[in-house]
Design a protein around this ligand. Structure first.
Ligand code: SF4
Length: 225
């Protein structure tokens, strides 16, 4: 199946944006540092679960400086209901201290620099910069990887390659408008196991739908036994 043209990509992104108009991110936070902590904690965990875990932590930690007044053991205890909690506690604790001591408590608006912080990989960096600084980055997770490949925006085997293909194929404007609506679209519409194709506004563009609806409507060449 062919890849979508740039014009089609714009129409697809607009259609998805229209559904999730105004929704930015489902993680709860009040300050930029809390957002960074929540995104680090959300690796391989659902946003809902992170939101259920973070209130006691965020009562004590609002700004990077606050990590200097709380021990690693206390942070670990506060996030212990999340998977990989020991590593994640270490990451957010160290990140807070580094931001406080080396960055005046400000999260750097720079893709390379922010990735020098513990626990901040490319996906986390892009999500945080797009939310905090409105940067045209797409933090490619499994949802975005799946949705983009099913529709035909990219044709890639891994999220890492999707990340690169998106940078290459999509314009700044397209990327800027894409991240949050596509995550939600993958989470609630284009599900991994049972995508809700019948009610989907992207049917006419979607390569996956074109293939699967053909299976359903065509007569098999060899009669089934
Ligand atoms: S038609 Fe189905 S597979 Fe295609 S984008 Fe919509 S939900 Fe996903």
């Amino acid at each position: 199946m062919r890849l979508k043209t740039s014009k089609e990509n714009t129409e697809i992104i607009r259609a998805v944006q229209h559904i999730y108009d105004g929704v930015i991110i489902e993680l709860d936070y009040e300050t930029p540092f809390q957002l960074l902590c929540a995104v680090i904690l959300s690796a391989q965990a659902t946003d809902k679960w992170v939101n259920r875990t973070t209130p006691p932590l965020f009562e004590r930690v609002k700004y990077p400086e606050d990590m200097k007044r709380i021990s690693l053991d206390e942070v670990t205890e506060l996030v212990k209901r999340i998977n990989y909690f020991r590593n994640k506690a270490k990451f957010i604790h160290q990140t807070g201290i580094i931001l406080a001591e080396k960055f005046w408590g400000i999260i750097p608006n720079d893709l390379k620099l922010i990735q020098t912080l513990p626990g901040v990989g490319i996906k986390t960096a892009k999500v945080v910069l797009s939310v905090l600084y409105d940067q045209p980055f797409v933090g490619v997770d499994t949802h975005i990887h799946r949705v983009c490949n099913r529709i035909g925006i990219v044709k890639t085997p891994t999220p890492e390659k999707t990340d690169k293909a998106i940078e290459k194929r999509l314009t700044l404007e397209q990327r800027k408008n894409m991240h949050h609506p596509f995550v939600l679209f993958g989470r609630y519409q284009c599900l991994a196991r049972n995508p809700k194709c019948r009610s989907c506004v992207l049917k006419e563009w979607c390569n996956f739908y074109a293939n699967t609806s053909m299976w359903v409507t065509s007569t098999p060449k060899t009669p089934l036994q």
